[in-house]
Design a protein around this ligand. Structure first.
Ligand code: FMN
Ligand code: SF4
Length: 496
């Protein structure tokens, strides 16, 4: 259905607090989590901006990106998903070796300076499995497909001739290339169809692959060493990435059917995440903040639901996580097939829409995850744990944030896209200048850029295309994206 024919949710106007009201609010009151005290309960969740070098190093643009969020003085700012392995992974930040430390240290210093010490800085650390781009049909059949008996039998059935079944592998491949597409799909195994139409993606269930079988032996050490580097670089804490489409979330998923003690039952699925947590904690000590981000619901058929999330919450809290940041959806399982030459993106299907809900989602995007977050918090409190819970998903106003805190949905309020649209929005609210806030449209222009792996920006920044950047002397050149078409940074704002 075209966007214009879908029902579009109208973002209601917001009533912003006066300075005095903000000062009295829960939102702008301190909270303790782990070894830290955040000055306010405001939180900017991890967002990948595609500004690192191809080798995963911090660039001046990365410093500028986080410096700009720090200008808004959120209580907590989380640095984007940062890879824990020492392997090439494109322009995503990495923390898998000590050579990344100087850049990361500079990042910490930048945020400390730009926030005047008001923002606590965490880094999200991630492991992800291999994913290949969608191959061309001919290339897949001639180079990647492993020819098996089912292909030979299928060809014999379709052509009515045993000759095809007896040919060399090369002949079988050419016979497959010549088949009409529907006939080809009818004889490929489900995983082969997926490899052809989406590109090969490793799964935690692939126990026949040694690297996958060994994940439980390898990951605790990788997460532990990355956590230690985070501490050395000066970050205030780490957020273990157990959410969305990546390795650790796949262990938690109901789709994890590993039979090695790390899959199947909920207890077995949470085992590796708990071992990773314990290893990270042992590496950094009790006086350092280690929390995690995970899903209230995978929002896919056959995936983990809120029931699983409640069980995990209790396990994580009892094991001593310093916070639970709760996201939703964002899976490969229901993603749309990518174009040939591109990789699948886990935010294109219904679960992706739950993760970054737009104004086209039935019911609208606002506070969409709050009922589930509330249930998680209640379960944690019921278990006698005071673990702070961070909510996120379509939170865009003082009233929504304050109500969530008052009603016990959460202890801290995360806002990703609203903070991207206007990184100063927290500060504007706190100073009673809410009417100057640039409000997110929730139409996901930014997410489209993330999908293309190009520098993430907000469409609203370009409405003030020639306004100076924050901190730039009047008349200084405004920084633009590589194609020169978009502002690289939000327009400037000063509290005056
Ligand atoms: C451009 C972009 C990049 C993101 N990158 C990450 C990431 O690195 N790690 C993560 O856990 N979530 C990531 N997210 C998801 C957000 O943290 C957040 O959960 C989601 O946008 C919903 O919150 P919101 O409605 O406040 O935007 C990203 C979102 C956007 C828009
Ligand atoms: S690009 Fe759109 S969805 Fe993204 S932050 Fe800006 S207004 Fe919000």
């Amino acid at each position: 259905m075209s966007e214009s024919r879908r029902t579009r949710f109208t973002i209601p106007p917001a009533r912003w607090p006066t300075r005095e009201e903000a000062a009295r609010s829960l939102l702008f009151s301190p909270v303790r989590f782990g070894a830290l005290t955040a000055r306010t309960r405001t939180w900017v969740p991890a967002m990948v901006p595609w500004r690192a070098t191809e080798e995963g190093f911090v660039t001046p643009e990365v410093l500028q990106w986080y410096g700009r969020f720090a200008d808004g003085k959120p209580g907590v700012l989380v640095v984007e998903a940062t890879g824990i392995r020492d392997i090439p992974s494109g322009p995503l930040l990495r923390i898998g070796d000590d050579r990344f430390l100087p850049g990361l240290t500079k990042l910490v210093e930048t945020v400390r300076e730009r926030s005047g010490g008001d923002t606590r800085l965490l880094i999200q650390i991630i492991d992800f499995l291999q994913i290949r781009r969608r191959p061309q049909r001919e290339r897949y059949l001639r180079e990647f497909l492993v020819i098996g008996e089912h292909h030979r039998a299928g060809l014999a059935r379709i052509t009515g001739s045993e000759r095809a079944a007896r040919g060399s592998d090369a002949e079988v491949r050419e016979a497959l290339v010549a088949l009409p597409h529907d006939a080809l799909l009818a004889l490929l195994a489900p995983r082969e169809i997926e490899d052809l139409e989406f590109g090969h993606r490793q799964r935690v269930n692939d126990l026949d692959v040694p690297a996958i079988r060994e994940l439980p032996r390898v990951l605790p050490g990788l997460f532990a060493r990355a956590s230690q580097r985070a501490r050395t670089a000066g970050f205030d804490g780490v957020e273990l990435h157990f959410a969305h489409a990546y390795t650790m979330a796949s262990f938690l998923s109901r789709t994890n059917v590993r039979n090695d003690g790390y899959g199947g039952s909920p207890e077995a699925r949470v085992r590796l995440p708990l071992e990773v947590m314990a290893a990270a904690r042992a590496a950094v000590g009790a006086d350092y903040t280690v929390g995690l981000r995970y899903l209230s619901d995978e929002c896919i058929a056959g995936g983990s639901s809120l029931d699983d999330a409640l069980f995990y919450a209790e396990q994580f809290a009892r094991a001593g996580t310093d916070f639970l940041s709760v996201s939703r959806g964002g899976k490969f399982d229901d993603a749309k097939p990518p174009r040939v030459g591109e990789a699948a993106y886990p935010y294109t299907g219904p679960s992706g829409l739950e993760c970054m809900p737009t104004v086209y989602v039935p019911g609208g995007p606002l506070g969409r995850n709050l009922p589930a977050v509330r249930a998680i918090r209640q379960r944690v409190r019921g278990a006698g744990c005071a673990t702070p819970v961070v909510a996120c998903g379509g939170i865009n106003s003082f009233e929504l944030a304050e109500r969530a805190l008052h009603e016990g949905d959460c202890d801290l309020v995360g806002a990703a896209r609203q903070s991207l649209a206007d990184p100063d929005w927290w500060r504007k609210m706190e100073l009673g200048r809410g009417d100057e806030i640039r409000r997110c449209l929730y139409t996901n222009y930014c997410e489209g850029l993330d999908q293309k792996h190009v520098e993430v920006t907000c469409q609203l920044w370009d409405r003030e295309f020639d306004a100076p950047d924050a901190g730039a002397a009047h008349g200084a050149a405004i920084r633009r994206t590589k194609d020169g078409k978009r502002r690289l940074e939000p327009p400037g704002w000063t509290a005056g």
